[in-house]
Every structure is written in C-alpha cells, then in structure tokens.
Write a new protein. Structure first.
Lengths: 230, 169, 424
C-alpha cells in the first residue's frame, strides 16, 4: 500500500510555494485595478467586501492562517477567578492538567496584556460593572470563556444577587459544570482554540452583528481622550 | 451548656438587676436562649460578660414574618472557660427597627451588624459606620426579608425562550 | 541610619527618608519639598488583583509605604445563598450551602446538617460519624494545601503552588472515589452520609495517610527556615489574644496567638472525642505563627484520618429513620412503605419541628456556625451561616496599621480569607 503525504490547502488541493507566490501577485494586481487574465474587479465593491471577493477568487489566506495559528496557540488568560470555579482554574495550571503544554500558562494580571478572559465563578450585581470594565480594557482580539454554570446561566443560585455573564458581555464559549472539571475547562479552551484556528475573521462582532462599532486608531487619534468637542 | 435550671437562675439574676430586661427563657435542644427587650441589649451583654460569657461568636438577623414584632437579632455568646453557649435574642418591629449597637463593647459586631442592617433593615444606633456591606451601596430594599422576592432569571424552556431578551439582538 | 555617601542623588535620599524611616522620624533636618511626609495616598487594591484571595477590595491609606488604615470592601461575590435556601426543601439546601466557603465544602454541609439533625433529634450512626470525620479532615488538609500554595505564591515562592496542588489532586481523587465529585460533593447528608465508601477506598486512603506526612515535611523544609519567609513573616503584624477575642476571631489565627480554643476538643461533635490529636498553638501571634500553626495542623489531621480509618465501625452509613433519609434502592422493589417514603422525601421533603438552632463546628478557618430556623414546614425559614472568614476579616485593620504594604499582602495571605464565605 502506498502512502501519499500531501499538505492540504483550504480548497483541499495541495499547496505549493510557486502557486502561492503567483496567486499573491495576481491578487495584488487585481486590487490595484489592473486587468488580470481578463478579470477586472467589479467597481462597486469596497473595503471588507472587496477583500472577501478577492479572497474567493484567489488563494491568499495563508497570512491570516498564520496569524490565527499564532493567536490560537498563545492565549494569555487574565487571572479572573471569582469563586469556586477559580480553584478549578488554578488546577489547570497545576501539574495534572497542565495548561502549559498548550502554551496558555502565562496568566497575566493586567487586562491590557491578556487576551482571554476566563470568567470563573458567580458574577454578582456588584461585580458585573467591574468585569465589564476589565473586559473593555482588554485589547482586540479578545475572547471570553464563561466557566461554570453560575456565569453561563444562573447556576445553582437563581436569585436577586447574581447576573449571567451573557447579559453584559459577549461570551465565546460556555463551559458547563459546577465546578467544571479541569479537563472540561481544558476542553473548552481547546474548543476556543479550534474556533480561532478555523475562522480567523470570526470575532464576536460578527456573531453579535456589531460590525461598525470598532474604534480604530487614526480616526480622531489626535483628539484628547473624552467625548468629542470636550 | 447551662442546663435548664442554670438558665433559669441566670435569667433570675439578670431580672434582679433589671426587671424588664429578660422577657422569656427557652431551653431548646439542650441550649439556653434568653429573649430580652431591645432596649436592654447592651446592658444585658455587659452583665453576661461579667458572668463569664466573654466571646461573641455571631450576630445575625431573622425575619419572623408574619408574626410581629418581625425582625429578630440573635447574639451567640460563648463562655470559653466553662465551654458554655448562650443565645440572646431580641425582636423589633419593622415600624421602629432600632437597636443599640453593641460594637463599642464587642468589636466583632462591626461587620456583622452591618450585614444585619443590609439584609433586614435593622438600624443600629451608635454603630460607627452603618453602611451596606454585601449589596451595592445604593441598593434599595432589604433582600433577606421574607416578603422580598427571590428574583432571578426565568428558566427558559421551548415555550418561553422567544420572550427572553437576547441582549445582542 | 547613617548618612548615605555623597554621590547619591537628592531624589533618592528623599525617597529613602520616606520609605525606610518609621512615621514621623526624619533622617535629616532638611525640610522636604512639598512636604512629602504628610501626603496620604489612598490606594485601591482590588477587587481584581492577583494578590487577593478572591474578589476582596481594600482601600489602603498609605504614607509612603506604611499603611495607615485599611478598609475592606466586600460583597463582590455575594450570591444570596441564604435567601435561596429559604426557597428549597431541607435536602436541597445542602448543595446551596456547600458552595458558600468553596474550599471547605464538607464543613458547610456538616454545619447545616448538624443543625437540622439537632432540630429533628435524629441520631447519626457511628459509622457515618467516622466517615464524616474522615472527609472533614481530608477537606481540612486540602484547604490548608490551597492556602499554603496561594500564600507562598503571594510571597514569591511560586513553585509551592505545583507541589501543593499535586497533593490536592490526590485528595480530590479520594473525594471522587467516595463521593463522585471533586468539589461540592454533597456527601454529607442529613442523618449521615449519602453512600458508604466503595471497596478500595480504604487502601487508597491508607496510602495517602502514609505519604502525606513526608510531603508535608517537604513543604516545611522548603519554607520553614527560608530566609525570605522568615524576614517577611516573623514579627510582622502580630495580634495579641485580647484583641482577637474581642474581634471574634477563631481558628488558626486565635491559636497562633496562644489560645488553644478548638471546638473539636472543647465541644466535640461527630465522635471527635474518640481520636487522639493535638492542637498546635503559637506564641507570638505574628504571621509566622499563623503559618506554622496551619502547617502543623496538616500533620494532626493526617493522624485523625489514620485513627478514624483504623477504627471505622460497621453499621449503616445514614440514619435508619426512613422519614429523614432515603431508603436503599433495593428496598424500593419489595417494600411499599419504602416506596412511599422515597416518594415523599423526594417530592416534598421531610418536615422539621419548629424551632431555632445554632450548630457550630471547627473548620479550617475557624468556627463555622449554622443557624437554622424552622417553622414546621418542609422548607427552612432562615438559614444563616456564621462564616469565620467574615469575622476574621475584621482583624485585618488592627493587624496591618503601621506596617508596610508588603506586610499587608503577607498578612492577608496568612489570614486566609475565602471570599465565598465572606460574601455568601
């Protein structure tokens, strides 16, 4: 029996370096408006739609995939342990379920340096604005895991004091359990990793129809921090 | 534990010093309980401290809804030398939920009285810093009263999941 | 402090004079520009901070590095457990109450079940008492291990986390073996324990008992005589017995100050009087004593487990009163009464005679007390847990006034606050 090894590209066909190079050049020329092989771009496409069109026409996604691979394999979780689930989150850092084998052991205390918020534990009414503020301080791209039953739904306590995390921040992965076993949390993190690897563009803005709410440096970058006109 | 007779003797001694302080005694499940009038709480605890009950383990509140007076405050005392426990209880109505704070004599009551205030609305006169401790500072309502709703989210089934507000829609 | 040599900048001299000298004492007579020594800085630590044990917020008034005042603000993980409990049948309250102090879940359940058993006047069989003691002491060791790991992490001895969690995993394996769950096991039920221990558990437990003292020796070797641990913990933030008693503090904090008050010895419950063990007590009440007391308690708990395992009596694992405890499954097929009891217990639950009871037990942080008020129905009218961390937190303020902010962190670590219990 003969075993053939082939590297698969996104279309299932083997990718080789020369084809990739010529595709990249073709894409660049298309974007510049030149006519390539009798194929000019429709004039009405702009911005994101234009990129999608070119992407569909030409195989250029390797850079995105490389960036996604880098992001997915090096989540920096923020230390955000609230209650019992925090102890199980500490267990995944411990030796038995070792999160360092995946590269996620760098728990950052500062939200500015973190990109994964593992919300572990019950979010009380008093804590919710603070969680939201920490989430806002994280830089894009950022992902969230709601660990445990209390922050995903109300958990064991369905009462006046706590609030499910979906009400005030977008969550990518919910990990059920009370508390979830460290292996279950690991499964959730790896699911997130697969999600990031699969679709690098699929941020929460797509899932929650929030395109257009980005704040980009460059626009109003010189304006001092504060409301416009202040 | 002071047994039933010991409890009665103690209550009698307290009544000797102040006739209307002790309203009732109860010996339940081998533990003594004194029900006293709210005005006499500081004095009674001081007298009990003189008799050896030097450790205040817990100050907590109860809502006796619908019996009046509705709000109860319980003080758990320990005599460490004789390994005795004693419960001192008082009840105040919601119309006038004021009790003297025992914090100046027993520093442990600081946070615990704040919790009773937060959860039941009992005002402690003379407390150095009576603010809400568990709920947000500007919360309205006293959650652990019996007539306060438990709250929470409705559990979603197929018949009502459409009515739940998805925040992103 | 002698004069610093020439060549040190003015800025550095100023900084050193603020941070290294005690309050009010100036190294030299030169008046400081802008009077830095009088400036009080209010620093907000938390609620999200790596060095707090949970979401504790501290407002610290600092003068240089010296703490003038500290105000703890809590409530960030308040879950309304006590209110939720009023809504549930007595049996169903156990999982709610367990999640209160999330490192001592057996203790929460034990305090509550003890209170309800007192109200019901139901007797717990001897075997159940011994099994409860085994699991309680295992939980105590586990809680102290987590404390040790996280406290050492706060002090900078990062590798302790892995060692302590290695042993914690062994204990959680034992819990999973006997109860089915790692945390919040719902093992202690009203009237006894939910299930008898499976075959093989006794051997695994014996292995653990044999190896744990040597592991604890390793931790002690790493930390007990470590120069940094000594410098940071010895002599810092002492609190004497009087102050602690006034503040209502119990547990290892009180024992570190010299008072040997331990409910397992003073007012034994659940067959603790059958076991021989000592109570470790400190002398100065400083951070080092708190650390040493907890470390020594691990050895004592191992002894208790060994004795309980050896002397484990035969018998039922839960009370035979069918009005309180579920009948064994095999009886449901043959006995009509068992079926009716099972049905009533699961749907409505048992009714408890009216009354109020406060049941205290000795947990890893101090006195866990459970107050249950029953009005005769199947649901409790009030459940209140007297959590030791809630009361012990009041000791932070007297302990750290006048100490450095690094001592504040070390004291918080040694105080062992668990915010789930504080906020309930």
């Amino acid at each position: 029996m003969e075993v053939i090894r082939q590297k698969l590209g996104s279309t299932g066909e083997p990718v080789n370096a020369e084809a990739l190079r010529s595709n990249t050049l073709r894409a660049r020329q298309m974007l510049r408006g030149a006519e390539v092989e009798g194929h000019t771009l429709p004039a009405h496409l702009e911005g994101y739609d234009l990129e999608q069109y070119v992407e569909k026409s030409v195989l250029t996604t390797t850079l995105d995939r490389a960036v996604a691979w880098g992001r997915a394999n090096s989540f920096f979780p923020a230390t955000f342990g609230l209650a019992c689930c925090a102890i199980e989150m500490m267990s995944i850092v411990a030796a038995r379920v070792d999160v360092a084998r995946f590269g996620f052991e760098a728990f950052r205390a500062s939200p500015r340096q973190a990109d994964l918020l593992i919300l572990s534990g019950r979010v009380s009414m008093k804590m919710a604005p603070i969680v939201r503020r920490i989430y806002d301080q994280m830089l894009e791209p950022k992902w969230t895991i709601a660990m445990g039953a209390c922050c995903s739904s109300m958990g064991v306590f369905n009462n006046y004091a706590i609030v499910p995390a979906d009400k005030f921040m977008p969550i990518d992965i919910h990990v059920p359990g009370c508390p979830p076993r460290p292996e279950a949390l690991m499964h959730g993190v790896l699911r997130l990793r697969q999600m990031v690897l699969d679709d690098p563009e699929m941020g929460w803005r797509d899932r929650y129809a929030a395109r257009g709410t980005e704040e980009l440096a460059g626009e109003d970058a010189d304006r001092p921090w504060g409301p416009a006109g202040a | 534990m002071p047994d039933a007779t010991g409890l009665e003797l103690l209550a009698q001694e307290l009544r000797d010093e102040d006739a209307d302080s002790v309203l009732d005694t109860l010996y339940f499940r081998e533990k003594g309980q004194l029900i006293i009038s709210p005005a006499a709480i500081r004095a009674t605890l001081a007298r009990l401290r003189a008799r050896g009950y030097t450790f205040l383990a817990s100050v907590h509140g109860v809502d006796y809804y619908p019996e009046e007076p509705r709000l109860g405050v319980h003080y758990e005392l320990i005599d460490m030398r004789r390994v005795d426990r004693l419960t001192v209880k008082l009840r105040v109505p919601t119309s006038d939920p004021v009790v003297d704070s025992v914090t100046p004599d027993w520093p442990t009551a600081d946070h615990q009285e704040r919790e009773v205030y937060d959860m039941f609305g009992v005002l402690f006169h003379g407390h150095p810093d009576l603010r809400r401790i568990l709920m947000p500072e500007d919360y309205e309502g006293f959650p652990q009263r019996r007539d306060y709703p438990v709250g929470g989210e409705p559990i979603l089934f197929t018949h009502n999941e459409g009515k739940s507000p998805g925040w992103f829609r | 402090m002698s004069e610093v040599g020439g060549g040190v900048s003015e800025y550095r001299q100023q900084e050193e004079s603020i941070t290294l000298s005690p309050l009010g004492e100036q190294i030299d007579d030169r008046p400081l520009a802008d009077d830095y020594s009088q400036e009080v800085l209010t620093l907000n630590i938390g609620p999200h901070h790596p060095a707090t044990h949970g979401v504790l917020r501290l407002l610290v008034s600092l003068q240089g590095e010296v703490v003038q005042d500290v105000k703890p603000i809590i409530g960030y993980v308040h879950t309304g457990i006590e209110k939720t409990c009023e809504d549930k049948a007595y049996w169903k309250v156990i999982p709610c109450v367990e999640r209160m102090d999330y490192l001592a879940y057996f203790f929460n359940a034990m305090a509550y079940c003890g209170a309800v058993e007192t109200l019901l006047e139901v007797e717990v069989p001897k075997r159940a008492q011994y099994l409860r003691v085994i699991h309680l002491e295992l939980n105590r060791i586990m809680s102290h291990l987590v404390w040790l790991g996280t406290s050492a992490l706060d002090l900078g001895a990062i590798s302790m986390v892995w060692y302590c969690f290695r042993d914690r995993e062994t204990i959680l394996d034992l819990f999973e073996y006997s109860t089915g769950q790692r945390m919040h096991t719902r093992y202690i039920q009203i009237g006894g324990v939910i299930e008898d221990i499976p075959t093989g558990f006794a051997e695994k437990l014996a292995e653990f008992v044999a190896q744990m003292p040597s592991h604890a020796d390793q931790y002690a070797d790493l930390l007990r005589k470590n120069e940094i641990v000594l410098q940071r913990l010895r002599g810092t933030c002492p609190l004497d017995e009087e102050t602690l008693l006034g503040l209502g503090v119990t547990g290892p904090l009180l024992r570190a100050a010299g008072n040997p008050w331990d409910l397992r010895k003073a007012a034994p419950y659940s067959s603790y009087e059958d076991f021989q063990f000592k109570i470790p007590v400190g002398t100065h009440g400083d951070n080092y004593d708190r650390f040493a007391v907890r470390l020594a308690e691990i050895y004592e708990s191992v002894k208790i487990i060994g004795q309980a395992l050896e002397g484990l009596p035969e018998g039922p694992h839960i009370t035979t009163d069918r009005k309180v405890a579920l009948p064994p499954r095999h009886e449901l097929a043959t006995s009509m009464e068992a079926l009716i009891h099972h049905f009533k217990l699961v749907t409505e639950g048992f009714r408890v005679p009216p009354g109020e009871v406060y049941h205290p037990i000795e947990g890893p942080r101090g006195e866990y007390g459970c107050f249950v008020r029953s009005d005769g129905s199947a649901k409790p009218a009030r459940v209140h847990m007297r959590d030791p961390s809630f009361v012990n937190l009041q000791a932070t303020r007297p302990a750290v006034r006048g100490a450095y902010i690094a001592d504040l962190i070390a004291t918080l670590a040694m105080l062992d606050p668990v915010l789930g219990g504080i906020d309930r």
